[in-house]
Design a protein around this ligand. Structure first.
Ligand SMILES: [Mn+2]
Length: 364
């Protein structure tokens, strides 16, 4: 199966178009986003795949999207995680289920069962198919791609040449497409790989990234995947034949108020993201340690708790930024992680960075 075997074309010039990707079972955040963009039935809504798995409420989200899809202006393309019903008998399923919360966990919960209640994986698969075929039906026949006057919407990516011949597998799974290229003379809008992975330098962020030169827009805010992930919306509006793009993001982190100004006079912030986690480690204390990022050769200070000792050296335990955020009294910021010694990881305007814990209201 290739893209040319299962795609749709449409005009999107007649009304506002809202594009959302990778909701991953986070129905509350999706509803919050719809309300924040003041979504109505007169808008066009394009869901760019991956409504299932990782987040808490995949089944409810699929049901909700199923209701939305009854409106002729609502469309969804297939994402790799939406194929879980085709994977119930695969060897890797139980292994995947140990690493991620999945629709199968939810299905078994609803049936009051655990994997141990089944003689075989095949029995489990049959039971899930039997009781959740109405959920499967909603994601069963989704197109791989939607093509409009100026845009192509696809979950993961297109082949470098002859995009209509892109395989189903690549359309759903292609990694790092934002760094790749394509031969479609249109803007290609994708999700699948969080935009945070493409921050090469500067502060960590999960905002929508637009590459005009390669005609690629990545909108995956890393919701349910990255520790400072968010759910992004791309909003496309036409005046005649000219479109404008706007973005909006929501997250569900708790807020705290800043009670003390904090400002760093000079810094060159770095961000190191998946998969380049190897570091060399030098002097340090319980707060920060001097380190070198192997892949880029950059020297930086790492929060000591972020260092993970492995067999052959040291690694960052996750994506890392060494950015210290300027904040002012009275500002409200999102708290990403307040479990570190002396410093808190916060987010402001989609940017993630550190502040000393005493600048926040609940500091002790
Ligand atoms: Mn995906």
């Amino acid at each position: 199966m290739k893209i040319k075997d299962n795609y749709m074309t449409m005009s999107i010039k007649d009304r506002r178009t809202i594009v959302v990707s990778d909701i991953h079972g986070n129905i509350d955040l999706f509803k919050n986003l719809l309300s924040k963009v003041t979504y109505t039935e007169d808008d066009r809504l394009i869901i760019l795949g991956d409504i299932i798995d990782k987040g808490p409420n995949s089944i409810e989200l699929v049901e909700f999207v199923g209701e939305l899809l009854k409106n002729e202006h609502v469309h969804m393309v297939l994402g790799n995680c939406d194929c879980i019903f085709d994977e119930l008998e695969e060897d890797y399923l139980y292994n995947y289920m140990q690493r991620r919360h999945t629709l199968v966990h939810e299905a078994l919960d609803k049936l009051g069962k655990t994997l141990d209640d089944y003689e075989s994986q095949s029995d489990m698969a049959k039971d899930v198919h039997k009781h959740f075929s109405h959920i499967h039906d909603i994601v069963r026949d989704l197109p791989l791609m939607i093509e409009t006057e100026d845009f192509i919407f696809v979950h993961a990516g297109l082949d470098h040449h002859d995009y209509m011949n892109t395989s189903r597998y690549n359309a759903l799974n292609m990694p790092y497409f934002y760094n790749a290229s394509h031969d479609a003379e249109k803007m290609v809008v994708v999700g699948h790989f969080p935009t945070c992975n493409f921050v090469e330098d500067g502060p960590m962020n999960n905002n929508i990234k637009v590459n005009e030169a390669s005609r690629i827009i990545d909108i995956d805010g890393g919701n349910q995947v990255k520790y400072s992930g968010q759910l992004n919306a791309l909003i496309i509006e036409y005046t005649g034949d000219t479109y404008t793009l706007n973005t909006l993001a929501v997250d569900d982190y708790k807020r705290q108020v800043v009670i003390q100004d904090f400002e760093v006079a000079y810094q060159v912030p770095h961000t190191f993201t998946y998969p380049h986690f190897e570091i060399e480690v030098f002097d340090g204390d319980e707060y920060f340690t001097q380190a070198k990022h192997i892949h880029t050769g950059i020297d930086f200070m790492v929060k000591t708790e972020f260092i993970k000792a492995v067999e052959d050296g040291y690694r960052l335990k996750d994506d890392y930024t060494d950015y210290f955020m300027d904040v002012s009294i009275g500002e409200e910021v999102a708290i990403i992680d307040d479990s570190y010694l002396g410093y808190t990881l916060i987010m402001k305007d989609g940017i993630t960075g550190w502040v000393p814990e005493e600048v926040l209201e609940q500091a002790i």
